[in-house]
Ligand binder design. Structure first.
Ligand code: ADP
Ligand code: MG
Length: 241
């Protein structure tokens, strides 16, 4: 069986370990070490928090997991696949099962909210009716129903942030990576975002959340990894309420 067939036929959740990093480093030029000697793993079905000050390396770590950046050294496996040696269709198949909400959103700012959210589902050939239902359901959960046909460039940053999240989870990916998902939100919209991520996690998705918003991880029972200057400072479990 070729690599491609293997990926097409296997659900990502069939592996117990969703993400494994072994001695991973990432440098930019000779002077900047964004990450060094990072070894950890995330189990399938976990909700995992990545915390640390601005510049600690959180965004770089998420980009390494989804192959947006390549490591300078070390090994990265996602669902058992070395993400840096996968190519072409194999990589595309794996990427389709990973939903990412970027810190800078990366929305198509001249398209509507609904079009932005529908993209991942269209790429994987979901039926138009299923797409319409899913888009309306997500907008409802994030209190954005009245923005369905709004051009995303005209939204506030907090609204754009929620559209980016809706797009990341729309196609029910097995792995969801979210970077500072509540950075521009007030307490009540933060709660909606956390509720949506919790529902996706309960439905089986593995979720990695980079954040410095204490309110979303302090009360959780999930594991929390703190980065400091590109290294792992601690790996603890939240205090379950
Ligand atoms: N493309 C890049 N070029 C140069 N330096 C970068 C680049 N991306 C990140 N860095 C640097 O790597 C370090 C970690 O950045 P980042 O991963 O964005 O941290 P965080 O998300 O925790 O704020 C910072 O010092 C940042 O300036
Ligand atoms: Mg960041």
């Amino acid at each position: 069986m070729s690599n491609k067939e293997t990926i097409e036929k296997k659900e990502l959740s069939s592996k117990n370990t969703m993400i494994e990093m072994i001695k991973v480093g990432r440098t930019y030029g000779p002077d900047i070490t964004a990450l060094s000697d990072i070894s950890f793993s995330v189990e399938t079905g976990e909700m995992f928090f990545l915390i640390g000050r601005s510049g600690a390396g959180k965004t770089t770590l998420l980009k390494l997991i989804c192959n947006m950046e390549i490591p300078s050294n070390g090994l990265i496996e996602v669902a058992g696949y070395n993400i840096n040696t996968l190519k072409g269709n194999d990589l595309a198949h794996l990427r389709q099962r990973i939903g990412v909400a970027y810190q800078d959103f990366k929305l198509l700012n001249d398209r509507t909210v609904a079009e932005n959210i529908a993209i991942a589902m269209e790429v994987s050939y979901k039926k138009p009716r299923a797409i319409r239902h899913r888009v309306r359901d997500l907008l409802d959960q994030l209190q954005l129903s009245d923005k369905h046909n709004t051009i995303t460039g005209e939204l506030s940053r907090g609204e754009q942030q929620r559209v980016a999240l809706a797009r990341a989870v729309a196609n029910s990916p097995r792995l969801i990576l979210v970077d500072e998902p509540t950075g521009n939100l007030d307490a009540s919209t933060t709660e909606q975002v956390v509720a949506l991520l919790t529902r996706s996690n309960k439905a089986g998705a593995t979720i990695v959340i980079a954040t410095h918003d204490k309110s979303i991880y302090q009360q959780s029972k999930h594991r929390i990894m703190e980065l400091c200057d590109g290294s792992i400072a601690s790996l603890t479990r939240g205090e379950q309420p």
